[in-house]
Design a protein around this ligand. Structure first.
Ligand SMILES: C[S@@+](CC[C@H](N)C(=O)[O-])C[C@H]1O[C@@H](n2cnc3c(N)ncnc32)[C@H](O)[C@@H]1O
Length: 327
């Protein structure tokens, strides 16, 4: 990438970081979309990869139609199609920028010639998987409200955001707008109000650390990108929500599971971890002597890190251990 493209992407990234839930349409030309697609969108796709790998239902059981809202260069739907090319038949690309929709459509067509591409929201009879990715930082509340009818119509919703507090907490709040129409399958281990919205949790947020693909660490391009754009290639925070329409039959798993959140720290003899449980957000210490395997797994929790409550909290004697704290 040439110097002027790096400069434009630096400026775009800074505008995302500074955006206070609003940005004007910034896709001025295809060169900017291309530079975004090769840099920031790739990093977002690593998050999608991690989220898709952690999905609690097989991708083959999802609807055959994808709706990618706020598609930009189409990174979310293209990553899904790249990983599961046989599972989908149609992609609907939606964005306020027609330039972005055209760019994304061209990319999807080049990469998956058999996929039908559309720009109309499916009719009520057609089930669809709604993908939303990295829009909250630039979406005013009025625009989010306008999006609700589409969200409520979706048979499945998969929404991925950066792991920053402000976007993650908005996703937590959004659950309440969807509660009548959807159940929450991930990362939520229960259907109650999100624990992050309880009093005392204002400084906390639901997020995870997605892995950066190994080859990235060996790549001169990504070393340069990290230098130019100032991102840390070891750390990829992500927040997400996966929901399914209540009208679809589903046996909900036990409510007594514990989802391990980002932010663990390993000490000699124990791992301090954060987790979500129906009783609230928990900070607890897991002793190595109870299980070396769990002690190690908790230190670097994957996105699908989920335990039965008793696996983490009951002592050898069967009593609840006192080193757990519900915050
Ligand atoms: C940061 S980009 C993310 C693009 C893509 N989803 C991704 O993850 O790479 C945000 C996208 O949301 C679009 N967008 C912002 N506000 C919108 C709105 N009110 N309606 C539709 N699209 C919007 C922008 O045009 C832009 O393409």
């Amino acid at each position: 990438m040439d110097n002027s493209s790096w400069k434009r992407i630096q400026k775009l990234r800074q505008s995302y970081l500074d955006a206070k839930a609003y940005l004007p349409d910034y896709w001025q030309d295809d060169e900017l979309l291309l530079a975004y697609d090769e840099t920031l969108a790739q990093r977002i796709r690593w998050k999608w990869r991690a989220v898709l790998e952690a999905l609690p239902v097989p991708v083959s059981e999802l609807p055959k139609t994808i709706v990618d809202w706020g598609c930009g260069s189409g990174g979310a739907s293209r990553e899904l199609l790249h990983l599961h090319p046989e599972s989908f038949e149609k992609v609907v690309l939606l964005d306020r920028s027609t330039r972005a929709v055209k760019f994304a459509a061209r990319k999807v067509k080049d990469e998956h010639p058999k996929i039908t591409i559309d720009s109309k929201v499916p009719s009520s009879a057609e089930p669809f998987l709604l993908l939303i990715s990295h829009v909250l930082s630039e979406l005013p509340d009025e625009e989010l409200k306008k999006l609700l009818p589409l969200l409520r119509k979706a048979s499945h919703i998969l929404w991925v955001e950066s792991g920053r507090p402000q976007e993650s907490r908005k996703l937590s709040a959004l659950r309440e707008d969807l509660r009548d129409t959807h159940v929450f399958l991930a990362p939520c281990p229960h259907q109650n109000i999100c624990g992050m919205l309880s009093a005392g949790q204002e400084e906390n947020w639901c997020h995870f650390k997605a892995p950066v693909p190994k080859e990235v660490h060996l790549s001169a391009f990504w070393r340069e990108a990290s230098k130019q754009l100032g991102f840390d290639l070891r750390s990829l925070p992500v927040a997400y929500l996966f929901a399914q329409a209540r009208t679809l039959s589903l046996a909900l798993p036990s409510n007594d599971r514990v989802r391990i959140l980002g932010g663990s720290r390993q000490f000699k003899g124990y791992t301090r971890f954060h987790a979500c449980h129906i009783s609230g957000i928990v900070q607890a210490d897991f002793m190595k002597r109870k299980s070396k395997k769990i002690y190690e797994a908790l230190a670097e929790p994957a996105l699908d890190s989920l335990y039965e409550h008793r696996e983490l909290f009951s002592s050898e004697s069967g009593e609840d251990e006192s080193d757990a704290k519900v915050e």
